[in-house]
Design a protein around this ligand. Sequence first.
Ligand code: C5P
Length: 232
Amino acid sequence: MLPSKPLSLAVIIAAAGSGKRLPGSVPKQWRLLGGIPLLAHSFRFFDAFPGVQQFAIALDAQTLAMSERTGFLVSAHGVNVRLVEGGGERQESVWKALETLDPAPDIVLIHDAARPFPPVDGVQLAIEMAVREGGAILARPVTETIKRVNGNGLIIETLDRSVLRAAQTPQVFQYGALMRAYEKFVGQLAQFTDDAVIFEAAGGKVLVVNGSENNFKVTHPEDFERAENLLK
Ligand code: C5P
């Protein structure tokens, strides 16, 4: 059970990826979107979010030094911000960031730097669900029919899309339970592709709450254009 006092929230931003699918010399999380780095959009969103008391932001070694200079990751609300060198895979970066949280929060929200527009109502609901059930993630219904194929591209199975959801972030968890889940799989983290699956593998319950179309992951050059248009 979590305390009835106001919840303390910690936010982890995974921003240590190389962003190889976007051309250019600057890693995508540092490319400018509306005049500030992509990463600064989600940072500012959570910096202003009620109850957030600390950040741990995972960056690659190269941009870690740069970000200390740029000042884009300084809280406007007195929130404690720690910059951490990430790992080779997303889950390793998240684990390194999780280990630095101090004091222990009630709830931790893990977000991809590449998603600049998380929805306030969805995030609020995910926090409420995580308090109740252990974990909750934002996700979207799948609109395309999904096929399972073999190595030769032959369709093996057509999945029932009414029961499929595309996972987004933030992914939100009770901190103590998430730490136990990560500790259980330390050394094997590279095999997991999001935080929820680690929590599930450790026996935790994770609900999905409705994310938003605008909470897309900036991956390809056309996603940057879409994000720029949304800001206009
Ligand atoms: O590669 P992908 O877009 O799926 O990465 C999702 C998020 O995880 C990005 O924000 C990226 O910066 C982050 N990441 C990370 N450490 C890695 C790889 C990815 O923090 N080693």
